[in-house]
Write a protein that binds this ligand. Structure first.
Ligand code: ZN
Length: 395
């Protein structure tokens, strides 16, 4: 699945109708979660059926206005949340199991259409929403050309509201494959705060300078927001400014991660990484670390994406003493975070701490490959949320 994103341009009244559609999508989702809590919905099929119940209820006239397949798409979202909860319970995941919650109002929200309820103009520069919210025709702004694909390849259209406007995402059913010469190289990557990554040959890629700049900018805006009075106009303004800054930062990060990942995939025949848990990363409140984590997460998604395109296996290994063990003799050599060099008292091997870790990552990936054939490849992003804007900048 490819995702293309374009900005929507319309009139204020049209945006208000998009808001209504977005609100209705959340309403469908929340109603189904509620019906599940009450025991009325017990399966995905029940969830689909419940869409009709909502649409037929005269108390909710808005439910009928949303395209029927879009209602189903939101039933799927509700059911996905329920299913995730069941799965976590079954797997006995420690801590919170993710009991489905109701979606509250947020600026960033979306409504999802499937193959009906929208139309593209002949020249594919305009998107028309055709359901009963009557949002009408929007001009599409973006660097991508939708002409390349057939209409039937567009499986979904998501309308997303962000701090700086409304966007349409087109989910396109397309498998891309690219030819790549074998390079005879395999690599392991270790990520950290000191360098963005270190590979198993000791090459280091530093964090781009804009990470720090972005961090300072966001800190400044956070401070400004905290100085405003609750409920005041200035607070709304400050929050909006902060929201936009976050958006800008994440786009820049995504572009950068995309380019870096494509480079790694094209220069190797196998890439090994550490299976870092997103959950642990998001919890972190330290700003510099959170910016780094988010970039690393995007980088990993892009690695897996390009890995599939170029036929390069990307293998995620469980982080287990990767920085502690000696990559030469396998013995554990304890070190604190500030110890930058690995010096093994057992075999005398010496290397940069991160390089030693990267070698361990590559070695355990190869071991994993040889013991569990076909199961080594990681896949955290079956349904990808990646957006290809960044990819166009690759040279
Ligand atoms: Zn050793």
């Amino acid at each position: 699945m490819l995702v293309y994103e374009m900005k929507l341009e319309g009139q204020k009244v049209q945006y208000e109708r998009l808001d209504e559609a977005i609100r209705t999508g959340s309403f469908v989702r929340n109603s189904i979660i509620k019906a599940w809590m009450d025991g009325q919905v017990k399966s995905r099929n029940d969830a689909y059926k419940y869409c009709k119940v909502l649409a037929d209820n005269p108390n909710f006239p808005w439910a009928k206005k949303l395209n029927s397949m879009a209602r189903q798409a939101h039933a799927e979202r509700a059911w996905a949340a329920i299913e995730r909860f069941y799965k976590n319970c079954k797997a006995k995941v420690p801590g919170k199991k993710g009991y489905p919650k109701f979606k509250k109002y947020q600026v960033r929200a979306s409504v999802e259409y499937k193959t009906s309820g929208w139309k593209l103009s002949e020249d594919r520069r305009y998107l028309v929403l055709t359901d009963k919210f009557e949002a009408g025709t929007f001009k599409l702004w973006g660097s991508r050309d939708l002409h390349y694909y057939q209409l039937k390849q567009i499986k979904r259209v998501r309308i997303i509201r962000r701090h700086d406007g409304y966007y349409a995402q087109f989910l396109i059913d397309h498998t891309r494959e690219e030819k790549k010469e074998l390079t005879g190289k395999q690599t392991g990557l270790d990520v950290g705060l000191n360098h963005f990554y270190t590979d198993s040959e000791g090459n280091q890629v530093d964090n781009p300078r804009f990470f720090r700049k972005d961090e300072r900018q966001i800190k400044k805006l956070q401070k400004r927001l905290s100085r405003t009075k609750k409920g005041s106009k200035n607070r709304i303004k400050a929050r909006n400014r902060l929201g936009r800054a976050h958006l800008k930062v994440s786009r820049r990060r995504n572009d950068w991660a995309c380019i870096a990942a494509q480079h790694v995939i094209r220069s190797n025949d196998l890439v090994a990484i550490e299976n870092l848990k997103v959950r642990n990363m998001v919890k972190n409140h330290h700003l510099a670390k959170s910016i780094n984590d988010a970039a690393w997460y995007k980088f990993r998604e892009w690695l897996e994406y390009f890995g599939r395109i170029y036929g390069v296996p990307v293998i995620a290994v469980e982080p287990f003493n990767t920085s502690q063990n000696c990559s030469n003799c396998g013995k554990k050599v304890s070190k604190t975070l500030s110890t930058r060099t690995h010096r093994c008292p057992h075999c005398g091997y010496e290397a940069d701490r991160d390089e030693n870790a990267a070698i361990n990552i590559l070695q355990s990936a190869l071991k994993q490959l040889s013991t569990t054939p076909g199961r080594g490849e990681s896949n955290i992003s079956g349904e990808t949320g990646l957006c290809l804007d960044g990819e166009t900048q690759y040279r």
